[in-house]
Design a binder for this molecule. Sequence first.
Ligand SMILES: Cc1ncc(COP(=O)(O)O)c(C=O)c1O
Length: 411
Amino acid sequence: MKRPSHLLTLFVRQSYCERPSSRVSRRSTLALDATGRVPPEHPPPPAPLVTNHHGGLRRFAADLPRVTEFVTLGEGDTPLLPLPRLAAELGLNQLSAKLESTNPTGSYKDRVAAMTMALARDRGYRGWIATSSGNAGMAMAAYGRRAGLPGFLCLVASAPQQKRLPLVPYGTGVAAVHDVGDGGSAAAGTRLMEAVRDAATRHQLFVAITAGSFNPDGMRGIDTIGYELAEQASDITHVYVPTGGGGLLTSVGRGLARRGIPAALIACQPSGCAPITRYLAGELDAPAIQRCDTSISALQLPHPPDGLLAADAVRASHGWGTDADDDAILTAQQRLATTEGVFVEPAAACAVAALVEDVDHGRVGPDHHPVVILTGAGWKDLGRYTTMADQIPVHAVDTVAAAVDTWAEHL
Ligand SMILES: Cc1ncc(COP(=O)(O)O)c(C=O)c1O
């Protein structure tokens, strides 16, 4: 549904193949317009600014918090892409990916940002304030501007450059914050959230933190992932969700449950910061640890604000938690890119790494149809590729042919 122009192309090709003569005869009898093209027989009406199936949460309005007007940049209605090569490698008959990376700012956070800004505008706030490791920040910055609301962002200081740079054009207020993110402590995270809440009260700002325990109505925007999955593949058996604070998983689970889809939710975390999966495994009394030790940006929350909510959702769905170490996550990222052409950021690849782990341990197999939620685009976190990119050999025009020949020896 997401790509009407693509579908149209297919349809047109098909009808030309079936009836080639009609195409030729129509062309030969029609006058050309000033640009040399055949004018359409029935000129289409001007496209509306926003159509339902070009994204937007509006089509799910009946199942979302009430707002006077939705704010949209074309988010949602993301493709559910089959991954046949990876499935075959893993011995699965079916495997699909929900491409949240195709949202306007490159991550699923656009769904919560769209809902949040509609609510903030309706409720008369002067602006918004949020914490972010980068994805929520860019989404809130973009949707805030779309709604005409200024905002301030407390950004994890270690956020990849590719998550910091896009904040600049929006002119958002930004403070980079130490002691949260990689190596960050639970105590610092809690103090930051308190500071944000206090500032929000002082300045009449909407708390746009992407966690159910801070922004429950805004997070309902993410329920739409579950609604869409129910439309796209009602036979899914397992949903692999990259999990940091737990809000994403809680929302996806709520959306699936509202549509009666009985899929098991799998919380996927990096082993160096896995409070929710460890809690689910009975290793911890609460989903919280002291400190994070993972390089996977966006999944570095030692004290997940929605940890208990997420654990409850996992249990209610008869799912479980699976963690994977950073190397396994980065290997999964590369494998997805080379086997399927899908390049996502490491946090998203955590879902793939967890699936690989579960297949290896026989928890998922050929009778199942797992879906991985690919939450963010690969361009969001390119740091580990810069050295390799800098080493690309430089050639004069006359030596390029030899470089191609050397490469072709490995075909
Ligand atoms: C790309 C990506 N994947 C997954 C997550 C995890 O979402 P949550 O913190 O709600 O569990 C985030 C959160 O920032 C993210 O940016």
